[in-house]
Design a protein around this ligand. Structure first.
Ligand SMILES: Nc1ncnc2c1ncn2[C@@H]1O[C@H](COP(=O)(O)OP(=O)(O)OP(=O)(O)O)[C@@H](O)[C@H]1O
Length: 224
């Protein structure tokens, strides 16, 4: 299993203001599986995603990611998981002053001992794979919303992560661009056997999933 969460509880606040959000969450996801998570607004989807991605500390239950226990883990353990994870957010979070190619290359500067030429080649290859081979040197503002989100997909994939965590990646896109973007993501993830956990309200993309789950009342329920 790539992701194994057992009996995870998580609350915000303390004392009288404690707000329990996750109430005994269980979810297991296999290598190469694409799981979509839906659920009402405020049900804790983003909170769960950030715990699984080593971006938020859980102190209760068990969160095994790639065999690494993240509950009460050290910062170093969380960094190890982050290095093997690609993140895609609702807002693409691209740097405005950098080209598509430079935005994707940046991820590799932080993670690998590659030469600049190697970084560029890898980034070019992945941008071409997402259909942006002719937009390498465009700034984000010169790209459409769908193209920007494809740059962020390329950025998430370029480091060859074992896991992709995506939070509402199609929320700012029209139907066709949203579907195209996640279809490309699925295709590239399947080629490299990458596991995807994707949070969405967008029922139009449920068909890309191997499995759909719902987070409701603080627990995960199977949908199909
Ligand atoms: N940093 C925080 N401090 C306090 N409460 C928070 C914090 N982040 C989230 N919450 C609360 O926790 C609950 C779950 O939030 P979360 O963002 O995980 O939900 P979500 O299911 O992703 O919602 P949405 O679908 O609207 O994005 C909400 O009630 C929210 O107000």
């Amino acid at each position: 299993m790539v992701i194994e969460v057992h009996n995870l509880n998580y609350s915000f606040g303390s004392g009288a203001l404690t707000q329990p959000v996750l109430k005994g969450v269980n979810i297991t996801i296999q290598k190469g599986e694409i799981v979509l998570m839906t659920g009402p607004s405020g049900s804790g989807k983003t909170t769960l995603l950030t715990i699984i991605g080593g971006l938020r500390q859980a102190s209760n239950g068990s969160v095994l990611i790639l065999g690494q226990q993240l509950v009460n883990s050290s910062d170093q353990d969380k960094v190890k998981i982050r290095q093997q994870t690609g993140y895609i957010f609702q807002q693409h979070n691209l740097l405005k002053s950098l080209s598509a190619l430079q935005n994707v290359c940046m991820t590799l500067e932080m993670q690998y001992g590659l030469t600049e030429k190697e970084r560029q080649n890898r980034a070019e290859r992945i941008l071409t794979a997402v259909g942006l081979g002719d937009r390498l040197h465009h700034l984000p503002e010169a790209l459409s919303g769908g193209q920007r989100q494809r740059v962020s997909i390329a950025r998430a994939l370029v480091g060859q992560p074992k896991i992709i965590l995506a939070d509402e990646p199609t929320a700012s896109l029209d139907r066709q661009s949203g579907h195209d973007a996640v279809e490309i993501l699925k295709q590239l993830a399947k080629e490299s056997n990458t596991t995807i956990l994707l949070v969405t309200h967008d029922y139009r993309i449920l068909d890309i999933a191997d499995r759909v789950v719902e987070l409701e009342d603080g627990v995960v329920k199977a949908v199909q």
